[in-house]
Design a binder for this molecule. Structure first.
Ligand code: SAM
Length: 280
């Protein structure tokens, strides 16, 4: 049973980190004049209304994209990300683009999108959102399993976003297994893995487990919006990037201090940035 609906969380602090990193990596892929595949293993609906329904119930976006939207000027390193959000809106903030629509905005004519979703309601929205895009193929299925069918991409260039809900603890293990499989088939791909920061052993050790994967070129960034709570609740999130663009570390260092200040929800807001020893 799939109960997770991303519409409750669209545009929150975790989406900001995820989609900002996604944009920086996509822009880097475009520097080479050779087409690539963008693969989204857990795609969601593609676009979310912020003015009604699920998003209004939680209001999470107000402390995420709402705060960025209210800025007269953002640091240059956020400009392309903000353009993706602005393109979905007019004067006021009403919609938030999910990862497939962020990618669709940035990909070139010869690049391709392969987006996988397993929840039938979100799938319907996703199909509608990408219906007129000849570069896109929407796949109904299990994103972890689809790694086998989709890798390596025909062009041998690819960016893979893995963004499961982690409502089931099993997702942590499935991410690790899917990445093992992915790296076996396509070792040179750039893989972006989003994960939540929770006060729980399985969450605290996850970044370390990702670092043990058979790849010695990675970057791990975490954005913590408040201190770790005594109980449940997400206090931040991380992005683990395998084969990151070499400029990514510098770009993140340029933007993170500003982002932490802007998105802080309490004491203890901070960021952490690590890269693999071989990358240094
Ligand atoms: N990547 C999206 C974005 O950034 O806009 C958000 C994705 S949301 C965090 C996770 C999505 O994965 C949900 O839409 C959920 O229905 C879907 N899902 C859950 N398990 C899945 C699976 N095994 N394979 C594919 N999709 C799955």
């Amino acid at each position: 049973m799939l109960s997770y609906r991303h519409a409750y969380h669209a545009g929150n602090h975790a989406d900001i980190l995820k989609h900002w990193v996604q944009v920086l990596c996509l822009q880097y892929m475009k520097k080479k004049d050779k087409p690539f595949f963008y693969i989204d293993t857990h795609a969601g609906a593609g676009q979310y209304a912020l003015y009604e329904g699920f998003a209004q119930k939680t209001g999470e976006y107000k402390d995420g994209i709402g705060r960025l939207w209210a800025q007269k000027k953002v640091p240059d390193v956020f400009a392309d990300y903000m353009t993706c959000v602005q393109n979905q809106n007019e004067a006021s903030l009403k919609f938030y683009p999910g990862s497939p629509m962020v990618a669709a905005q940035l990909l070139r004519e010869d690049d391709r999108l392969r987006v996988v979703e397993m929840h039938t309601s979100d799938l319907k929205h996703l199909e509608k959102n990408l219906a007129d895009d000849p570069r896109a193929q929407v796949i109904y299925g299990d994103g972890f399993e689809q790694i086998k069918a989709l890798l390596p991409p025909p062009t041998r260039r690819g960016l893979i976003l893995m963004d499961p809900p982690y409502e089931l603890k099993e997702d942590y293990k499935r991410v690790l297994a899917a990445l093992q499989e992915g790296l076996k088939r396509f070792a040179t791909g750039t893989y972006l893995v989003w994960y939540p920061l929770l006060n729980a052993n399985y969450s605290q050790r996850f970044a370390g487990q990702l670092q043990q994967l058979p790849c010695d070129n990675w970057l791990n960034v975490q954005l913590q919006v408040t201190e770790m709570p005594g109980g449940h609740g997400m206090y931040g999130s991380g992005m683990f990037v395998i084969n990151p663009p070499f400029v990514l570390r510098e770009q993140l260092l340029e933007g993170l201090p500003w982002l932490v200040k802007l998105l802080a929800q309490g004491d203890g807001a901070d960021y952490r940035l690590e890269i693999s020893p071989a990358t240094k």
